[in-house]
Ligand binder design. Structure first.
Ligand code: GTP
Length: 351
């Protein structure tokens, strides 16, 4: 059993953060996004993974290499033009064996992957999909199931009378690899709208595993901030590197002045420096090597590598890319998303 992670999208909704940093390697707390996926795959014993990439693949390769640094074997299927979710899996076929786990690279979840794989094998399905309930299913494609767990049909863009279920496709599949022959080679093809309906149409057994635990698609700034709130609140359990400290979590190499005001929850990553009288939290995530100057405050925000928050500056409800410099006394308010190396001069106001 091997896996394909779909990670070729441009991540337009997360711009400007994704202009320099492709989504597969955006930090989620203390590690790149796809590391969380590798951790989940490892729970099911999957250690050979194909990253299906198209946008800035060299950045992804620089972080993960051949996988030996993170305990697995990673290959790359690079697309010259985007092949869509189905075409991308088809493009990885040469690297796969009998059973393939497919992950949408944008999702974070605590699904019991070994149980999904077990269900797939026990039911001898051609494909097993993970479904998850959401409060607003109409915004997604619905997946209807039979009482025995078999998938009945997909309903794209349902109108109100068609909303018969609250479960949507969670973007995790276990497939009998032979079925991928159904996908035409080297053309753009959707796994959700093309491949699965074709499988069901020809009478294959397609099963659903409903996951009622944590699930999020981090593709927008709001959701990206939300997953960090969820990690800090332990709604999404991630074992962060570092030590519990005054109600938050702090990497061993970080330094926090004794007079800093800390309000749980918060996370301070490696190499960060929080100066005298600075105020952190609730909800501050300093990814790595961030400097928070004297009297500055950061709450409910995610701040990437090498950012500098100047003296007396205030940051709240914001996403700050790598190397951002917020000048002294500047105010960055809720909803701000600052791209890599942005500079806010002293006394600037973001809104
Ligand atoms: P937006 O531009 O913000 O919509 O993001 P996106 O480009 O990532 O698109 P979307 O969120 O719809 O993609 C869902 C997942 O499928 C993401 O993990 C993408 O990386 C991946 N994906 C989408 N299209 C392709 C594709 O053509 N090729 C590959 N390899 N992956 C894709």
């Amino acid at each position: 059993m091997k896996a394909v992670i779909l990670a070729g999208g441009e991540g337009t909704r997360l711009r400007p953060l994704t202009l320099a940093t492709p989504k597969p390697v955006v930090p989620i707390a203390d590690r790149p996004l796809l590391q969380h996926q590798l951790d989940l795959l490892a729970t099911a014993g999957v250690t050979e993974i194909v990253f299906s990439v198209a946008y800035k693949p060299e950045r992804v390769q620089r972080v993960f290499g051949d996988g030996s640094g993170v305990g697995c074997r990673i290959r790359y299927a690079v697309e010259d033009t985007p092949l869509g979710t189905g075409g991308a899996v088809r493009n990885a076929l040469a690297h796969l064996d009998d059973v393939t786990v497919v992950f949408n690279g944008d999702i974070l979840t605590d699904v019991d992957l070994p149980a999904v794989v077990e269900m797939h094998r026990r039911s001898k399905a051609s494909a097993t999909l993970v479904l998850t309930p959401v409060p607003n299913p109409a915004a997604f494609g619905l997946v209807e199931t039979e009482p025995d767990g078999r998938v009945r049909r997909f309903v794209e863009k349902p109108d109100p009378s068609q909303i018969t279920t609250d479960t949507i496709n969670a973007g995790i599949y276990v497939l009998d690899t032979r079925t991928l022959e159904l996908i035409p080679e080297a053309v753009n093809h959707s796994i959700e709208r093309g491949f699965f309906p074709t499988l069901i149409g020809r009478g294959d057994r397609v099963m659903a595993h409903v996951h009622r635990g944590y699930w999020i698609d981090i593709g927008t700034p709001e959701k990206y901030l939300q997953v960090h709130r969820d990690i800090l609140a332990r709604r999404f359990p991630v074992a962060l590197h570092g030590q519990a400290h005054r109600g938050g979590f702090v990497a061993n190499s970080a330094s926090i002045h004794a007079s800093a005001q800390l309000t749980a929850p918060f996370f301070v990553g490696h190499g960060c420096d929080v100066a005298a009288g600075a105020s952190l939290g609730p909800g501050a995530v300093l990814v790595s090597n961030v400097e928070v100057a004297a009297g500055a405050s950061v709450r409910d925000s995610v701040v990437w590598d090498r950012a500098l928050i100047g003296p007396q500056a205030q940051v709240e409800g914001a996403l700050l890319g790598a190397g951002v410099r917020v000048g002294a006394h500047a105010v960055v308010r809720a909803g701000a998303v600052l791209g890599e190396d942005s500079i806010l001069s002293d006394f600037s106001r973001s809104a």
